[in-house]
Write a protein of this length. Structure first.
Length: 414
């Protein structure tokens, strides 16, 4: 008999993918849905009077055997910085746990497992529901390492409850496993995966479709325009390169609070002919940009995994990334990419120049990326689902014994 799965996440795309927050979670859901009778996704949305894009676009919908709900809530987002308001105090003013519990009580459905994405509020909601629904909960800790260290220092009882009472926790990199094991012994390293829309395409055709000049070498970065994404250092690097390589064009896909500052930097450094900020693009269009580029760059100051670099590799592109815990899990050989130091524009420029001159083996990059397809990654998670449910009902071996048989990404690296 197929089971019913409840997924709790702070973000999930709307029915038309106009809003694509949490797209990687939807890709995962679409991969595993054949294995379940029903999947219910609950993604609480801040009531903002339709000022925020998810509040504007996200409405409950149903497709195949998946139902998606967006209950409106009140809370102070982590990205909101107000004088005297700390992250600890933000946890105290958050109606999401109450609203989600009320929605599920009204729904009255039976579930076999909860999968919570992100610690707050999803994991906390999950372990609270666990007590009433009498089912196990698995938490995927997606937060970046800086957040993890910060929350560890905060030592907040709600965060502790979420981590201590999860039946298993997943982390995409090995770097943070030891920190999480201070709270829960059942922490497993399972990576994120990439969608099948990321695949090799004809570069010239992609350039034409996007209106990019055929005679320019393209550097691509994809990510929200936030301080932690390190775009200012990418612009510094481009400034150092274009004197010798005037044919270089850097395209940055994404939007966010740093856009105005980046536009000023582009003007001040005379980079208008060498940098294009193209804003957010539809998710289905991102593979075109990746196939049009010569190098993909991830200049983040910190990353827990950085699935975009895997997506670029799935298009056959080498990656220049900062040496952060998440990227170290991905670029395990200079056959796939190169590292630079975070926050160092000169080092980034040097690595971009080396990357442009290097003769990369596209087939090796594609073969390596395949290890991160959702089909492979989802298989590991489905096994963990099964063993967790069986253990909950006293039907199988201890989770640690069975999960030790799962091939990890590190052990499968060439």
């Amino acid at each position: 008999m197929k089971r019913n799965l409840l997924i709790i996440t702070p973000d999930f795309p709307d029915s038309t993918d106009t809003y694509v927050g949490g797209i990687f979670i939807k890709n995962f859901v679409d991969t595993i849905k054949p294995y379940f009778q029903e999947i219910v996704v609950v993604a609480p949305v801040l009531f903002s009077g339709k000022l925020m894009p998810n509040d504007r676009f996200c409405r409950d919908y149903h497709y195949d055997n998946v139902s998606v709900f967006y209950p409106r809530c009140l809370f102070l987002p982590r990205c909101l910085h107000l004088p005297g308001i700390t992250n600890r105090s933000k946890l105290s003013f958050d109606t999401r746990p109450y609203v989600v519990e009320r929605l599920l009580k009204k729904m009255g459905k039976r579930f076999d497992l909860i999968h919570a994405h992100f610690t707050w509020p999803s994991a906390y909601i999950g372990v609270t529901l666990k007590e009433t629904l009498k089912i196990p909960v698995i938490t995927t800790v997606h937060e970046n390492p800086a957040w993890l260290a910060e929350e560890n220092d905060i030592d907040h009882p709600l965060i502790q409850k979420a981590w201590l009472n999860s039946d298993a926790m997943l982390r995409a990199n090995t770097y943070d496993i030891s920190t999480l094991k201070n709270y829960n012994e059942r922490v497993f390293r399972i990576s994120n995966g990439f969608s099948t829309i990321f695949r090799p395409m004809d570069r010239a055709a992609c350039k034409t479709a996007l209106g990019l000049p055929e005679d320019r070498r393209i550097i691509l970065a994809v990510g929200n325009l936030e301080v932690i994404k390190g775009h200012r250092y990418l612009l510094e690097a481009i400034h150092n390169i274009v004197q010798e390589h005037p044919d270089l064009l850097c395209v940055i896909v994404g939007s966010g609070p740093q856009r105005a500052a980046l536009e000023r930097q582009i003007t001040d450094e005379g980079l208008s002919e060498h940098v294009k900020l193209v804003g957010n693009r539809p998710h289905g269009e991102i593979p075109l940009w990746m196939n049009a580029c010569d190098l993909f760059v991830l200049p983040s100051l910190n990353e827990s995994f950085g699935i975009v670099q895997i997506e670029a590799m799935a298009c056959g592109k080498p990656v220049i990334a900062t040496n952060t815990p998440g990227s170290r899990e991905v670029i395990v050989s200079d056959k796939y990419g190169l590292f630079c130091q975070p926050g160092n524009g000169e080092d980034l420029a040097e690595k971009i120049l080396i990357g442009l001159q290097k003769d990369w083996n596209r087939e090796e990059i594609l073969q390596f990326a395949e290890k991160y397809s959702w089909d492979r990654v989802a298989g590991e998670i489905l096994l963990l689902y099964d063993t967790t449910i069986r253990e909950w009902h006293g039907l199988g071996k201890a989770t640690e014994e069975i999960i030790s048989t799962i091939p990890t990404r590190s052990s499968s690296h060439p």
